[in-house]
Ligand binder design. Structure first.
Ligand code: KIV
Length: 275
């Protein structure tokens, strides 16, 4: 009972939502990474990563699909359970995959699965104005929610490709409005993917909750990357925002430590990683 209370004085107390909120308040960048199995989870933990996401990007980097669309609830639950076994300090977030949150009841049932079967502490869903009701429904039932905005890979067949979002003024204004509304609906973290750095900065300044970016510039409250991208495992051309942290750092653990240090010092992302 109250294990987290007992561990508060420990050398490496677990990261909670309160820790992440305080980091935002204190201006300490949050270092986050995706993770899909127990071995990498142990390295992520050891390297000092604050938040681990079992992302549906596993459909592309683990399963070899072209998109995240084929990923199912069973896949995410399986990988979340594996990651949870390898972690002790980082906050654990799991993705709700494609069409697993089409209604409020379905979103609730599947979030409960991620938490009870997987061990997740927060769920993430790709959002916009259409998901406000769902976010409100989940947070109203004390489920911690990360709302993903900007480039939404689950919508790629509808939007026509993996492209930078929010370049046009109208789209930037819509994204800002959605971010505000999602925070009001109870979202605990906003994640911004692939947007111009000025928009990432403006959204972060506007909100009170932690804002974590991937390809959203250096001014968000934290950064997240796909772990295989920064370890130079992912084959082929990488997105502009990816830096190869294996270069010059020897081992995967060395590379992950370098990533955390570069995020914390705001040395990463540099101008060449931004839109
Ligand atoms: O699924 C995923 O890995 C993600 C990241 C790109 C943030 O959503």
């Amino acid at each position: 009972m109250y294990t987290q209370l007992q561990m508060r004085g420990a050398a490496r107390p677990p990261v909670t939502l309160s820790t992440l909120r305080k980091m935002r308040e204190d201006g300490e960048p949050i270092a986050a990474l995706t993770c899909y199995d127990a071995s990498f989870a142990a390295l992520v933990d050891e390297a000092g990563v604050d938040l681990a996401l079992v992302g549906d990007s596993l459909g592309m980097v683990v399963q070899g699909h072209d998109t995240t669309v084929p990923v199912t609830m069973d896949h995410i639950v399986y990988h979340t359970r594996a990651v949870a076994r390898g972690l002790s300090r980082p906050f654990l977030v799991a993705d709700l995959p494609f069409m697993s949150y089409a209604s409020t009841e379905q979103a609730l049932t599947n979030s409960v699965r991620l938490m009870q079967e997987g061990g997740a502490q927060m769920v993430k869903l790709e959002t916009g104005a259409e998901q406000l009701r769902i976010v409100e429904y989940l947070t109203g039932r004390d489920i911690a929610v990360c709302a993903h905005l900007g480039l939404k890979p689950q919508s790629v067949h509808k939007t026509g490709g993996f492209r930078v979002q929010g370049r046009e003024q109208e789209m930037a204004q819509k994204l800002m409005r959605d971010a505000r509304d999602l925070q009001s609906a109870g979202a605990d973290i906003i994640l911004l993917e692939c947007i111009p750095r000025d928009l990432g900065k403006a959204v972060t300044a506007e909100l009170d909750v932690p804002v974590i970016g991937i390809g959203a510039g250096p001014d968000t409250s934290g950064q997240i990357q796909v772990i295989y991208d920064i370890l130079d495992v992912t084959p082929g051309r990488k997105p502009r925002f990816v830096r190869d942290f294996m270069a010059g750092n020897g081992t995967p653990l060395g590379a992950l430590r370098a990533y955390v240090a570069a995020v914390k010092s705001r040395e990463y992302p540099a101008p060449e990683h931004c839109f």
